[in-house]
Design a protein around this ligand. Structure first.
Ligand code: ATP
Ligand code: MG
Length: 180
């Protein structure tokens, strides 16, 4: 499974439709302060189902819509589309490509599309569960999180490592089995 592309349209500072095609290997996004680097990451978290406006540095969810700038009117709608190559069927969907779109309007109405079909939020979160892309995963590590990991106690750090290594799931299953 590979991240293929990201299309951001009207989300935060991206008033114009912006497409990022990810090549094989590493992609670095660089730019001056305030140029929208963090907004790109937030667009990814948002399209994958982020429900907390606060964690996206917004008051309420419609605030993620482009709010206007000098000589640029605010927009009424934001959308983000993420495309994964899924030829290895890593995501549990029998499709070579998985395309997720999230849209939101000023009045708060929002929708998710999965390969062109309207779905519920829980279909998206369900799809991402156990893939390393879910809400609690470590595939996206924010600046603050790095600091938290460095400052954590050895036991806490061990738990983080176990989670990354996928051991935690088995530990929990073992505990459950022992209780039964
Ligand atoms: P830094 O290097 O400081 O971390 P950055 O490249 O990560 O900067 P971002 O935090 O992604 O920058 O972008 C911040 C910019 O996005 C600010 O200029 C802010 O005004 C703009 N912005 C955020 N939300 C909106 C919105 N809803 N409408 C318009 N602009 C927005
Ligand atoms: Mg930033």
């Amino acid at each position: 499974m590979k991240l293929k592309s990201l299309v951001i349209n009207g989300f935060k500072s991206f008033a114009d439709k912006t497409q990022i095609d990810f090549q094989t290997g590493m992609t670095a996004i660089v730019g001056p302060n305030g140029s929208g680097k963090s907004n790109v990451i937030e667009a990814i978290r948002w399209v994958l189902g982020e429900q907390s406006a606060k964690s996206l540095r917004s008051g309420k969810m419609p605030d993620v819509i482009f709010a206007g700038a000098s000589e640029r009117k605010p927009l009424n709608r934001a959308s983000v589309t993420i495309t994964f190559t899924n030829t290895d069927r890593y995501l549990p969907l029998n499709e070579d490509e998985v395309v997720i779109t999230r849209r939101i309007y000023r009045d708060g109405d929002s929708e998710f599309l999965l390969n062109g079909k309207q779905v519920r939020l829980k279909d998206i979160t369900g799809l991402m569960l156990d893939t390393g892309l879910g809400k609690e995963s470590f595939s996206i590590i924010s600046q603050g999180r790095v600091e938290a990991i460095f400052k954590s106690k050895p036991e806490e750090r061990r738990a983080i490592i176990e989670e990354v290594a996928g051991v935690l799931k088995y530990k929990k299953e073992k505990q459950k089995a022992q209780q039964e």
